[in-house]
Design a protein around this ligand. Structure first.
Ligand SMILES: *Cc1c(COP(=O)(O)O)cnc(C)c1O
Length: 483
């Protein structure tokens, strides 16, 4: 068992440079000073460095391992974009610095707005939402505000297909809308009959995750648009996985009124562990007035913020200042590095890699839930037959993959597919890496027949073994207080 840094603690051992001497600070009133020593481990600087370096080495990360976590787009984050965003001028700029002294930052943000408008086919993009889910909330609030403005106060229902990302019904509910589920058919498309049943005078709109979580591209978008627009509703596009279509197809051209994208997925900014992110929202002419503030505008005097006073219909602020500027700057640098052709290559290789890996796994006998459909940037397989024949489940496969040096794909999601893996190789992997992953899956399949108990106890070569997931959720205890 790993020892905590407290186990290494010895009284009075110090990393001198890291030992704050707050008590000597004359500005702090004495009532705020501690009277007891803080409970900190007493270790040398070298011990601290080793401890945390060794902990970090146990991580599975994009920088260390193939990470095909479907829907999350765990792809390489170019160091060049990172370096550009880490320049002193950006880092040292105080968020309250006036626009006249922030022209460089504002220019980058303005151009990012313009770039995202172009790639999504929208009239105006707002950069401030700080996650995909916050972008969805923004869109749902805008749809609501639009209907309210038009005296359409009865429209409180939002249609969400069962193949939507789980955040869609959640954010719609947070916005005060009632989520109405529609089914998808056996091919993974929205069931139009079921859609026609639920649309009506109460329909505020539809939220469409595309490609859906079944990892297929919705083929009936035009009909869906006709049905929902025809009933007076609006169309929301969950574009978190825009890498499937980047540079090739634009939600704006598909009649969507409002959408979000995840810069921390498609635009290669680091994510994982819950943050930070950026979920810009784009809207057509109809909904643009409702976008949050601030936006960035450009006029003869240069770049400036556009605040609430100029945007009376805006739903208001969703973040302090300008959202996660560090993430926005990385995305801007990434967009510049790619250019128009590079963006097309992103979707080309994202889909090529997914289709290649899907075919290799299908050839090895793994079940494709939608065998007649091409993969988008990701695909699903179902391990239900394996689970039935060998008792080795998708979860067991996922744990055993760690021993082979691969982060697990998304498991048991979407819920529509039993014993599901949602696999997203991303465009930044080599053919050799994809082959190695397919080989590992094939090897585990063989192990499942030869020695299922061994697979069911995996992982065997990690710093910790199988956790009791129920206990981990219900009785999570991450404290390491010395006794
Ligand atoms: C990741 C994702 C989201 C949510 O984005 P967050 O930044 O995690 O809030 C929404 N929809 C889809 C399709 C996603 O893949």
């Amino acid at each position: 068992m790993a020892s905590t840094i407290f186990d290494k603690s010895r009284a009075t051992r110090r990393a001198k440079a890291q030992h704050p001497t707050l008590a000597s600070s004359p500005e702090l009133p004495s009532k705020f000073l501690r009277t007891e020593q803080p409970m900190l481990p007493e270790v040398s600087e070298l011990q601290a460095v080793r401890h945390f370096t060794n902990l970090a080495r146990r991580n599975f990360s994009i920088d260390t391992h193939f990470y095909p976590l479907g829907s999350c787009t765990m792809k390489y984050n170019p160091r060049g974009a990172h370096r550009a965003a880490m320049q002193e001028g950006f880092l040292q700029r105080h968020p309250l610095t006036p626009a006249s002294h922030s022209q460089g930052t504002l220019a980058c943000l303005y151009e990012l707005q313009e770039t995202l408008q172009t790639v999504t086919g929208t009239a105006q993009v707002c950069l401030t939402p700080m996650a995909g889910a916050q972008g969805e909330l923004t869109g749902a609030l805008m749809i609501k505000a639009y209907h309210a403005d038009h005296g359409d106060t009865e429209r409180n229902e939002i249609i969400v297909p069962t193949a939507a990302h789980g955040t869609n019904p959640a954010t719609a509910s947070m916005a005060g809308l009632v989520a109405k589920e529609v089914q998808v058919n056996a091919e993974g498309d929205v069931d139009l009959h079921s859609l026609e049943q639920v649309v009506g005078p109460k329909t505020a709109g539809v939220m469409l995750t595309n490609p859906s979580t079944c990892a297929v591209f919705e083929r009936k978008i035009e009909t869906i648009s006709d049905i929902v627009h025809g009933a007076g509703g609006l169309l929301y596009y969950d574009g978190a996985n825009l890498n499937a279509i980047l540079g090739r197809a634009r939600p704006g051209d598909m009649q969507f009124d409002v959408l979000h994208l995840n810069l921390h997925k498609t635009f290669a900014t680091p994510h994982g562990g819950g943050g930070p992110g950026a979920g810009p929202v784009g809207a057509n002419e109809l909904l643009a007035p409702y976008l949050p503030t601030p936006l960035v505008a450009k006029d003869e005097n240069g770049y400036r913020w556009v605040e609430q006073e100029e945007r009376p219909h805006s739903i208001g602020r969703l973040s302090a200042f300008m959202g996660n500027v560090g993430i926005l700057l990385r995305a801007y640098a990434y967009a510049l590095m790619l250019g128009r052709d590079g963006m097309r290559r992103v979707s080309e290789f994202a889909t090529l890699n997914a289709n290649y890996l899907m075919q290799r796994l299908a050839d090895a006998g793994f079940e494709l839930p939608y065998p007649n459909r091409r993969a988008t940037h990701e695909f699903t397989i179902s391990l239900r037959r394996e689970a039935h024949e060998t008792t080795v489940t998708a979860m067991d496969f996922a744990k055993r993959l760690l021993d082979y040096g691969f982060h697990a794909p998304t498991t048991y999601f979407p819920l529509l597919i039993p014993e599901c893996f949602l696999i997203e190789p991303t465009e930044t992997e080599t053919k050799e890496e994809l082959d190695a992953f397919a080989d590992a899956m094939i090897a585990i399949l063989k192990e499942s027949h030869d020695n299922p108990a061994y697979v069911k106890q995996a992982p065997h070569q990690q710093s910790i073994g199988r956790l009791d997931e129920v206990q981990a959720v219900r009785k999570l205890d991450v404290t390491a207080i010395p006794s």
